[in-house]
Write a protein that binds this ligand. Structure first.
Ligand code: PGA
Length: 225
């Protein structure tokens, strides 16, 4: 199984979110190859919208085998932590949670200890963490099954890292045998296929190119072509 994970980051309002889902649905409906791949889990699409749109996206897309992920999860289980989004509140809503994205590590000073706690709490609530690492200096947390390698210089710059470098970085990471390796950083409809068809890479994480639903669909289409 290969993954295409869409990270909307802090973009879109409610209407735009609904429209995005409508366009993706329409496109899935019109592509029988894609429908088969999603139905048989050969391809798994995970959409990570801002938290207020999780249930909207789930309602609209889950019947078409599209999965939903949160962009973060609280280190706290419950209690007096205003604004935190906890494991229990995500249970049944999100199957995945992005943890340790470089934007949170860099802007919000998330530490490796904090990220480990988030991974643990996600697993405790049966949410699959997608652990983002920026490079060899960020530890590959052993109990996270999905590792998304996202070199900072490739994020949002249009300068995707070439595949040889990505694979060589993977080889130097301390990956467990059962851990999946995802690449993220300026993935789009032009370069997606190269990553998706490589046997060492289990999928891609898409930011900018997922914001326009038609471009996201083109990226999916290119990946399965
Ligand atoms: P990008 O973002 O596709 O815009 O580079 C990827 C990410 O930050 O997850």
């Amino acid at each position: 199984m290969k993954y295409i994970i869409a990270n909307w980051k802090a973009n879109k309002n409610f209407l735009e979110a609904a429209e995005w889902c409508g366009v993706l649905l329409h496109n899935i409906e019109s592509n029988s190859l894609l429908k088969t791949k999603l139905g048989t889990d050969e391809l798994r699409i995970v959409v990570c919208p801002p938290l207020p749109f999780l249930s909207l996206v789930k309602e609209k897309l889950q019947s078409h085998f599209v999965h939903v992920g949160s962009q973060d999860i609280s280190q706290y289980e419950k209690g007096s932590y205003t604004g935190e989004v906890t494991g229990p509140s995500l249970t049944g809503l999100a199957q995945y949670a992005i943890v340790g994205h470089s934007e949170r590590r860099n802007n919000l000073r998330e530490t490796n200890d904090l990220i480990q706690r988030k991974v643990d709490i996600a697993l405790q609530y049966h949410i699959q963490p997608i652990l983002c690492v920026r490079g060899l200096d960020d530890p590959v947390i052993a109990n996270a099954q999905i590792i998304a390698y996202e070199p900072v210089q490739a994020i949002g710059t249009g300068k995707n890292e070439d595949i040889a470098t990505v694979v060589s970085q993977k080889k130097q990471m301390k990956m467990g045998e059962n851990q999946l390796f995802i690449y993220g950083g300026s993935v789009n409809e032009e370069n997606c296929k190269e990553y998706m068809s490589h046997s060492e890479i289990h999928g891609v994480l898409v930011g900018t190119a997922c914001l326009n639903p038609q471009q996201f669909y083109s990226t999916i289409e290119a990946a399965i072509s």
